[in-house]
Design a protein around this ligand. Structure first.
Ligand code: HH2
Length: 281
């Protein structure tokens, strides 16, 4: 059985799992400012669990194109109180950060997963994860950095380059002693990629499964869906659910989404129809 080892849970990936997004930020591209206080963020966590989320992914810093980096102090002030509360809700809790100090503080609280858009490339990050005995980790691909990543992303073969990067990061982590079962990979939809690059990563997603790790995918509300449909971010629910289903059908086992209830409903139908039999790793 395919699983993801995390601090407190071994997550069964024999079917797709829904990771609900909790942005404790004033400026996230879709829900900025909606769950900015600790109380509002925890209420949102509980709401997402009622809707069927399997995992909660909490972040204090927006990584939207052009986002301004946040100080460590401000990030800790935003995320730690919410993490403390979320850890009692009975599901795996993930921290979306690239700062080693934030990872360490979150892991000290008992957080289950480190989700890093820089794939542990910031100083000290890899060492923090490697020093932990069991936490899960998501390594994401990004070309450039959020401030400038959408200015002119260039690839020869986007699939080959993303796959090579992710394989190298996973190898670095394993060389530092992290077990394969703790690692999942994410091609980073929208992170230094044009709409064409993102769509190639969907149509050829199966090639990433060949790396031998579970895939986590985040299409939710992203601009490529706006390019395809002509709709603003607030009107991309249907396209987001469709993208999540397509990713699941093509073998992704972790879906990072804002719209948990709609995604869970759609997955139930896809599962009943036998469309989620994508190749397990
Ligand atoms: N996307 C965002 C943030 N973190 N992590 C992973 N692993 N994969 C993703 O695709 C991903 C991610 C951006 O979405 P969101 O958190 O809603 O927006 P913002 O960064 O503006 O807070």
């Amino acid at each position: 059985m395919q699983t993801w080892q995390t601090t407190r849970y071994r997550i069964d990936l024999s079917r797709p799992r829904v990771m609900g997004i909790v942005n404790i930020t004033p400026d996230s591209f879709f829900d900025g400012g909606q769950h900015g206080s600790t109380q509002a963020a925890l209420a949102h966590c509980e709401q997402l669990l009622k809707e069927g989320a399997d995992i909660l992914d909490l972040g204090g810093e927006s990584s939207r194109p052009g986002a301004v980096p946040l100080s460590l102090e401000e990030e800790l002030a935003r995320v730690l109180p919410v993490l403390r509360g979320a850890l009692s809700l009975g599901v795996p809790v993930s921290i979306d950060t690239y700062k080693a100090e934030t990872m360490r503080a979150a892991l000290d609280l008992g957080v289950d997963i480190v989700n890093d858009i820089y794939a542990l490339r910031w100083p000290g990050a890899l060492e923090v994860v490697a020093a932990h005995p069991t936490c899960g980790v998501c390594l994401m691909h990004m070309q450039g950095e959020p401030q400038s990543m959408q200015q002119k992303p260039i690839y020869g073969d986007v699939l080959a380059e993303v796959a090579a990067f992710l394989a190298a990061r996973a190898s670095a982590l394993e060389a530092a002693g992290v077990q394969t079962q703790r690692i999942v990979l994410d091609p980073g939809i929208g992170f230094g990629k044009t709409a064409e690059h993102n769509l190639a990563l969907l149509t050829r997603q199966r090639e990433l499964l060949a790396l031998g790790y579970p895939l986590l995918i985040g299409w939710s509300r992203k601009s490529t869906l706006g390019r395809l449909t002509g709709r603003p971010v607030g009107d991309r629910l249907v396209a987001s659910v469709a993208a999540a289903l397509a990713a699941a059908q093509l073998g992704a086992r972790l879906l990072r989404v804002h719209d948990v209830a709609a995604t869970v409903d759609a997955l139930k139908l896809w599962e009943a129809a036998g469309l989620l039999g994508g190749p397990a790793v």
